[in-house]
Design a protein around this ligand. Structure first.
Ligand code: F6R
Length: 643
């Protein structure tokens, strides 16, 4: 790559994203508001390189990654090919890795992934595509890996390497312990990597234990490296990689020694970087009221002192003397911040009728509000805000629950078979649909997509469970809406992109109910997951409806799903729960029986949902208490979204 091209690119990234390296950072990185915007710029960098190489009549050698991170880059490259005539005729690709053993035809193979997302839609020559062969015999493996390296070298080396990063700090499948100079080889996957891959394989037991991967040495030899990281799940490892010392425990840190690497991140992935998390430690700050609160909460947690006990010395010793100069004394600042947090607490999430609401999170009027609780799957409502849901109903508001997706893929085959057999027993042996489901499930092969009837039954099981939970919380069935958004209905883990059909279903419901409150899952942890798509559907609907008169009276509250919680300083409404309310919430979650015990999409946390959420709600309450606020059993937290 020419120096000019590199310079132009980093100028483009700098203009579009936030770029301000500090003494803590050892790798060039740029932070973007959205992963989509960033992915488009990365695709543009790749396209510029392809064109330049083409002009010079040289092959363009790309190292490519799979996984969720590069998907939007590939989408944009495909768009450029189709709409702008970008040709890949001179492009040679080398994929980083493949599971081992793994058949090409397997839906989970990286071979399948690359063809589905990129190669089937562009004019690359099939002989220019190289993906490690997951079927190579163990006898031939050693030589095969040497040949893979030689093929890269024969083409003049990698011009550009696209990377994601695993939570173990792996690049490619170079797991902790990998050597700086390693080449292409077979490797044993780390447990965390297998846990992360488990949803795609419908359970950890199906995830291969080994893979073939390009080595750290192979990657480091690339002339240009761009690593993509999206979402809060990557925040910890990104901090370690960019700010930590070079170590084989975090193989991505080896990139600190590469002189042409850029990390491209969204706000979630950058959240733990010192300059983002505690900017007052590295630079002079513009002290917005949000930043003041963030800093004071951080200081209180650091010093293990309640806010009202923080002293001038605490502030001065921890990079916050500038803030004190602005505010006068610790005493004044402490009281201001304490009150701000105190005012987030309310037992009246729908507003307290006839009360002065100038310091309350919600308006007093109208005293009876219409609220829609959007729940991405048919259980997020009770898991994430069961206590608040209960309060809203008890306090007489008209609460509607909208389940955005059917959640059918998360029901196990055994559970579905049980229900199909019950249906058959009830309706006689000639029940055609029940028989079809039973036959299908009895002969279902690994990875086979469920038949339509089986998906229907699985969706109905989740509907039945949802009704049981919403009835338990006192909601009439007429206020429960199953939206079954079409983007989700693929029968597989991979979903379709959000379409206008999805958005219209959501906006029609909002326009029908004209709510004063909307609750939505504001999950940013997994930027490509179902929660994020469901949130995007709501945001797009709000945008389309924003000129409607009722919308000026509609407030949107975001709750977090089962994985993360808002930081204490981000919370704008904290709804406390008594021990009895915690138990009631637990029972509501128990109605979702198909999601108990053997949860299919558990992620990295092996606790059941009700345990995780109880721990989380208790922890939020403890954090409030540690800041010097009242001591509650549990708290559910919300942040307001302004559209
Ligand atoms: C994929 C690869 C891996 C992934 C990493 C992140 O070819 O080599 O290193 O880039 O595991 O995966 P995602 O993007 O799914 O978070």
């Amino acid at each position: 790559m020419t120096a000019d091209l590199i310079n132009n690119q980093s100028i483009t990234y700098k203009k579009a994203g936030t770029f301000e390296e500090t003494r803590f950072e050892k790798i060039h990185n740029v932070i973007f508001k959205s992963s989509l915007e960033a992915s488009i710029l990365v695709a543009q960098e790749i396209a510029a390189l392809i064109k330049e190489k083409n002009k010079r009549n040289e092959p363009c050698v790309l190292g490519l990654a799979t996984g969720s991170s590069p998907i939007k880059v590939y989408e944009e490259l495909v768009r450029m090919h189709k709409e702008e005539g970008l040709s890949f005729a001179n492009v040679h690709t080398f994929n980083l890795d493949e599971y081992y053993p793994m058949d090409k035809s397997n839906l989970q193979s990286y071979f399948y992934f690359m063809h589905e997302h990129l190669f089937d839609h562009i004019d690359i020559l099939s002989e220019h595509i190289h993906i490690p062969n997951g079927k190579i015999s163990s006898d031939d493996l050693y030589q095969y890996c040497i040949d893979y390296e030689l093929k890269i070298k024969a083409l003049g080396g990698l011009d550009f390497q696209l990377l994601g990063i695993g939570r173990t700090g792996h690049i490619g499948f170079n797991e902790p312990g990998s050597h700086f100079n390693s080449g292409t080889r077979s490797i044993t996957l780390d447990h965390i990597t297998r846990v992360d891959a488990a949803p795609a394989f419908l359970g950890i037991d199906n995830v291969p234990r080994k893979a073939i991967t390009m080595g750290i040495g192979t990657v480091r030899a690339a002339k240009r490296i761009v690593l993509l990281a999206w979402g809060l799940n990557k925040a910890e490892i990104i901090k370690e990689t960019i700010e930590g010392n070079i170590s084989s425990h975090v193989p991505a840190t080896y990139l600190q020694e590469h002189n042409n690497t850029t990390f491209i991140m969204d706000e979630g992935a950058s959240a733990e970087l010192t300059r983002v998390k505690t900017p007052w430690l590295v630079t002079s700050c513009i002290w917005t009221s949000q930043l003041k609160l963030k800093a004071v909460v951080w200081l209180s947690e650091l010093t293990k002192k309640p806010i009202l006990k923080l002293t001038d010395k605490d502030y001065n010793n921890n990079g916050m003397s500038g803030l004190l100069t602005e505010e006068g004394t610790a005493y004044d600042l402490n009281i201001k911040m304490f009150n701000k947090l105190q005012h987030t607490i309310t037992g009246w999430p729908g507003g307290k009728p006839n009360a002065d609401d100038s310091n309350r999170p919600e308006r007093a009027m109208p005293d009876k509000k219409r609220a829609i609780i959007f729940s991405p799957h048919p259980d997020d409502d009770v898991i994430s805000m069961g206590g608040t849901f209960d309060r809203l109903v008890e306090q007489g508001h008209e609460v509607h629950i909208a389940y955005q997706t059917s959640g059918n893929i998360a029901v196990s085959d055994e559970e579905a078979l049980k229900f199909a057999e019950i249906t058959k027993a009830l309706s006689g042996s000639n029940s055609r649909t029940a028989n079809a489901v039973i036959d299908f499930l009895n002969q279902k092969t690994d990875n086979e997509i469920d038949s339509i009837e089986t998906r229907q039954l699985k969706g109905l099981i989740r509907r039945g469970e949802s009704h049981a939970a919403t009835r338990y919380l006192g909601l009439p069935d007429t206020q429960v809406h199953f939206l079954d958004l079409p983007f989700y209905e693929t029968g597989t883990i991979k979903k379709n992109n959000l379409s206008q059909d999805d958005i219209s279903i959501v906006s029609n419901l909002i326009a029908d109910i004209k709510p004063h409150q909307i609750y939505a899952a504001g999950d940013l942890a997994d930027p490509h997951g179902t929660h994020k798509v469901c949130l995007d559907a709501i945001f797009a609907s709000l945008d389309q409806l924003k000129t409607e008169a009722f919308m000026s009276d509609c407030w949107v509250w975001l709750y977090r799903g089962a994985w993360h919680e808002w930081e204490s300083s981000e919370i704008e409404m904290a709804v406390p729960m008594s021990p009895d309310q915690v138990l009631k919430k637990r029972h509501a979650i128990f109605y979702h029986q198909s999601q108990k015990d053997g949860v299919m999409f558990q992620g990295g946390d092996s606790r059941e949902f009700w345990v995780r959420v109880e721990d989380r709600n208790r922890l939020t309450a403890e954090k409030y208490n540690d800041l010097g606020l009242a001591n509650y059993a549990a708290i559910e937290a919300f942040k307001r979204y302004h559209f």
